[in-house]
Design a binder for this molecule. Structure first.
Ligand SMILES: Cc1cc2nc3c(=O)[nH]c(=O)nc-3n(C[C@H](O)[C@H](O)[C@H](O)COP(=O)(O)OP(=O)(O)OC[C@H]3O[C@@H](n4cnc5c(N)ncnc54)[C@H](O)[C@@H]3O)c2cc1C
Length: 287
């Protein structure tokens, strides 16, 4: 398979189903290929993606090379009482792997889309669990010197939907801790979480999940969206979901409409409550 594609349309790599073309789209299958590519093309700007469940690609596409880890990064195994997991493994796959091996605390991963790499960068979480609770070590290629680097959990700052490494890295592998539990209880917890998600959030829509972070423990983004009246506003076919008004639904073909709704909401909430909403969604590409 050709690992470097030119003028590659990005819409299939975003849960919004939107986006123009990337000039270059690279899918390495191992760390050496990834390191060689960024070293050889070190004047090029690049952007790593997982499964694009938290990304809005702009309609005009992007000049950056988009890097998406290939099949070689999808293995999961247990070694020395740790889970060794490729960064392109899907969260749900890791949750099933944990269930099969009677490992607990991975149940929440059954409810969050996307890859392990994306989950680490976002410190993704739900129902009181986050990546920070299960991670032991993160490995990847340093963006500074293109070398393989490894960070222990104590070197990493896990914040609310954000993770800070001492040096930015392209994550290739994650080592997770193991706590054994009973498969019956693990299965039960997965079912409870999935049911909760189904009632609280829309499914089968084209979305990027929560559009904004909650500003603080007192102010929830969805409440501010509702109180400001933005939940009733639409730009073209971009509008907030009726089931969860921090989720934007795409029913059309325009990233620009979604971005307009995001910016409009930030302005309205600032005007009405003097609170600045910070997008959780990453917006990538040419304006
Ligand atoms: C329906 C729906 C429900 C959701 N529910 C939740 C939820 O309950 N909780 C929650 O926290 N989030 C939720 N999300 C948001 C999203 O799924 C998470 O943030 C997820 O972790 C993103 O993973 P991804 O692989 O899709 O990453 P992407 O969206 O592709 O990327 C996200 C970020 O990670 C970076 N990145 C990805 N892979 C790597 C890598 N290997 N190395 C370096 N950087 C990388 C990207 O550059 C980008 O900055 C939801 C989204 C949707 C669409």
């Amino acid at each position: 398979m050709n690992k470097l594609k030119l003028n590659y349309n990005l819409s299939k790599n975003s849960w919004f189903g939107l986006g123009g073309n990337a000039r270059k789209f690279f899918t390495p299958d191992n760390e050496q290929e990834l390191a060689d590519y960024i070293l050889k093309n070190n004047s090029e700007k690049y952007y790593m993606i997982g499964s694009g469940s938290n990304i809005l690609f702009r309609d005009k596409g992007c000049k950056e090379t988009i890097i998406k880890l290939g099949r070689g990064f999808r293995s999961i195994e247990i070694k020395n009482n740790k889970i060794i997991c490729g960064a392109a493994v899907l969260k749900n796959q890791l949750s099933i792997f944990a269930l099969d091996n009677e490992i607990t605390n991975y149940e929440f991963l059954s409810c969050i889309p996307g890859t392990i790499g994306g989950g680490i960068i976002m410190n993704a979480g739900c129902f009181g669990y986050e990546f920070k609770d299960i991670v032991d070590e993160v490995k990847g290629i340093s963006k500074k010197n293109f070398k393989l680097i490894s960070y222990n959990k104590s070197d990493i700052k896990f914040l609310y939907r954000k993770t800070i490494f001492p040096d930015d890295l392209l994550i290739t592998k994650v080592i997770f801790n193991i706590n054994f539990g009973s498969s019956e209880k693990i299965r039960e917890k997965i079912e409870i979480f999935k049911k909760k998600k189904e009632t609280a959030q829309p499914s089968r829509i084209r979305t990027g999940g929560s559009t904004f972070k909650n500003p603080d423990s007192k102010n929830k983004a969805w409440e501010l969206i509702q109180k400001s009246g933005c939940d009733k506003v639409n730009f073209g076919s971009a509008k907030f979901s009726k089931i969860h008004c921090n989720f934007i639904e795409n029913q059309g073909n325009s990233s620009a409409d979604i971005e307009k709704l995001i910016n409009f909401t930030i302005d309205e909430v600032k005007k009405k409550f003097n609170i600045i909403l910070e997008p959780e969604i990453k917006i990538i590409g040419e304006k």
